[in-house]
Design a protein around this ligand. Structure first.
Ligand SMILES: NC(=O)c1ccc[n+]([C@@H]2O[C@H](COP(=O)([O-])OP(=O)(O)OC[C@H]3O[C@@H](n4cnc5c(N)ncnc54)[C@H](O)[C@@H]3O)[C@@H](O)[C@H]2O)c1
Length: 132
């Protein structure tokens, strides 16, 4: 069955050769919720995380928390909130936080470059360490 073998394809819009529009993390949440997972949706934009909750299959009590992946304290607070609300630490982590700034490389200023590196690369260690 195609849907079972490639459950993310439809959610991400890969069949139509485009990015899906709603983001990789949201698409992952939708697929995982459909498969029965209980989710803690974390994002620097709490409203966006809350909106994701409205798109998830019912059945589990999913929660939304604010988290800035660049800030270790924020990551730790979000993980604690997740554990408090779910009664156990996360058993699966999807790290899809990302920023994409469409600026010609030679015109990229230091702050923009640092943000791209921090969010897209450096944060991974903070996240993985927080759920070890
Ligand atoms: N969608 C694609 O086809 C595609 C392809 C290749 C690479 N990527 C990369 O994958 C990453 C995710 O892509 P997407 O399409 O899901 O992007 P998106 O913009 O839809 O989602 C990124 C999410 O990360 C959140 N975020 C940004 N900074 C954050 C921070 N500091 N802390 C916590 N959350 C933060 C945003 O609020 C947003 O909800 C990006 O880096 C993108 O460049 C995407």
């Amino acid at each position: 069955m195609k849907d079972r073998e490639y459950p993310l394809n439809d959610a991400l819009g890969l069949e139509r050769k485009r990015g899906g529009g709603s983001g990789i993390g949201r698409a992952c949440c939708q697929v995982l919720a459909r498969e029965g997972a209980r989710l803690v949706v974390a994002d620097i934009n709490l409203q966006a995380a809350k909106h994701t909750l409205t798109l998830l299959s019912v059945g589990q009590q999913h929660v939304a928390v604010v988290m800035d992946v660049r800030d270790r304290r924020s990551v730790e607070d979000a993980m604690k909130a997740a554990q408090d609300q779910c009664g156990a630490p996360p058993s699966l982590l999807v790290n899809s936080a990302g920023v994409l700034t469409m600026v010609p490389f030679l015109e990229t200023d230091d702050d923009t470059w640092q943000k791209i590196i921090d969010v897209n690369l450096t944060v991974s260690s903070k996240l993985w360490q927080s759920v070890e």
